[in-house]
Design a protein around this ligand. Structure first.
Ligand SMILES: Cc1cc2nc3c(=O)[nH]c(=O)nc-3n(C[C@H](O)[C@H](O)[C@H](O)COP(=O)(O)OP(=O)(O)OC[C@H]3O[C@@H](n4cnc5c(N)ncnc54)[C@H](O)[C@@H]3O)c2cc1C
Length: 404
């Protein structure tokens, strides 16, 4: 085995998904003032789920200062997990047992909802059901994982603790323990978002790009968005789906923007058969995570750093990519792979480990969706359900979990 080498070419600094087929989404410039029921700011995966949810019974405008799918969605490794960055045990300590259980149940249901939407809408995005393997690490050791698996199993979640011998026999991994869980998935996040935006477009939604929203002014009847196109957008309701680019004037208590790195190997990288059906991550800080893509690429991420701008540094990309490669080799010494793509992106952390979804204080008719962690795409689904109900004048029973 020769181990991994990092190939320097044009794909350094380029996300794997930027070269996915089928990313076309019809956009228009904003050439005049428009009035709609709902304006969604941001054409990433959150804006796409939101537009898909609302376009069936509302007139919808999606506005983005870039072409669609050019924010953190393009950087995502798209492990579609119901497991939250904070364990059920820790979340129980932070927000109490009843809320923590509801948050886990809601995430579990959201991954199922995501799968249903993709199937019902016939979106071709390489969606694949997966198990997940959560390895003991420097933050959560084997005792913590054993307790965690019991807590999850007690509420009916499909998680099972593996001791070191079972872990080694089944997966060839040398760690003190792990949790194996059912019910996750993976996909190409850019094709997923593009597919959702296209379906929303078929239902009448329009995507305006490039249009930067400069300000939101709300009044009792609705909201006026001023834009750099010089034309205003008037909406009965506005939803900010701006990812980690927090909108001006919207309070973000406890939310932190950090940087994260990822790489993809060449297609058809020889890997153990079990890895085709598994998402792997670990109880460490920062944590390593990896999965396989449909074309046999290894997709690996990690090395998070508490800086909102570090992901823009090309020298850092090289070092982080080497560190991720080293860590993966230490865990799976028999895997031989060559890095084809390497990239970085902004990422988020919140005080509670849960995102901020809901009305913006002091701004009538304005909602926000932000502050997600490692299972951000699952939260995009939950956000579309909660805000969808709010826009229709209904209250989601779990809305209180995500108020920030
Ligand atoms: C390296 C990396 C790996 C990740 N891995 C995973 C993973 O495995 N699983 C998972 O679930 N999540 C993962 N995530 C997180 C996930 O990708 C994010 O939660 C998700 O992409 C957020 O999508 P979004 O649509 O909210 O934001 P974005 O995709 O960032 O979209 C926001 C959009 O808003 C636009 N915008 C912002 N401000 C304005 C404005 N004023 N006017 C007009 N437009 C504006 C931006 O141009 C952008 O297009 C990962 C993230 C990173 C960086």
């Amino acid at each position: 085995m020769t181990g991994a080498t990092i190939k320097r070419d044009l794909r350094t600094g380029r996300s794997l998904w930027a070269d996915s087929p089928g990313l076309g989404v019809k956009t228009s410039p904003l050439t005049q003032a428009v009035a709609v029921d709902v304006a969604i700011v941001g054409a990433g995966i959150s804006g796409a789920f939101m537009a898909h949810e609302l376009a069936r019974d509302h007139s919808v405008a999606v506005l983005d200062r870039r072409p669609p799918l050019r924010g953190s969605t393009l950087a995502s490794t798209a492990m579609l997990q119901w497991e939250i960055d904070l364990t059920l045990t820790d979340l129980t300590r932070t927000i109490g047992a009843e809320k923590a259980r509801r948050a886990y149940r809601r995430s579990r249901a959201a991954v199922d909802a995501l799968k249903r939407i993709v199937t019902d809408e016939g979106i071709r995005c390489g969606l694949k059901p997966k198990q997940s393997l959560y390895l003991a690490g420097d933050e959560y050791g084997h005792r913590a994982l054993e307790t965690e698996a019991q807590a999850r199993a007690a509420m009916g979640l499909e998680s099972r603790y593996l001791g070191p011998a079972e872990l080694r026999d089944a997966y060839g991994i040398d760690r003190t323990g792990a949790i194996v869980s059912d019910g996750s998935a993976s996909a190409d996040p850019a094709r997923l978002a593009a597919g959702l935006l296209r379906r929303a477009g078929q239902a009448g939604a329009k995507v305006y790009s490039p249009v930067e929203v400069l300000e939101a002014i709300s009044d009792p009847e609705g909201v006026t968005l001023t834009t750099d196109a010089g034309h205003a957008v008037r909406a009965r309701q506005v939803v900010f789906c701006c990812g980690y680019e927090f909108p001006k004037g919207v309070p973000t208590p406890g939310a932190k923007v950090i940087s994260s790195w990822a790489l993809a190997s060449r297609p058809r990288t020889p890997c153990p058969a079990w890895l085709r059906h598994m998402l792997v991550w670990e109880g460490s800080d920062p944590y390593l995570y990896f999965r396989m893509g449909g074309d046999g690429r290894l997709i690996v991420g990690g090395e998070d750093e508490a800086s909102a701008t570090a992901h823009e540094d090309p020298a850092k990309l090289k070092r982080k990519c080497e560190a991720i490669t080293r860590k993966l080799r230490a865990l799976l010494p028999d895997i031989d792979f060559e890095v084809d793509y390497s990239w970085a992106g902004a990422f988020g952390e919140s005080a509670t480990g849960l995102p901020q979804i809901g009305p913006v204080e002091g701004m009538d008719h304005v909602h926000t969706v932000m502050g997600f962690g490692g299972n951000g795409i699952t939260y995009s689904v939950i956000a579309s359900q909660i805000v969808g109900k709010a826009v229709r004048g209904e209250t989601d029973p779990d809305a209180d979990l995500y108020l920030g």
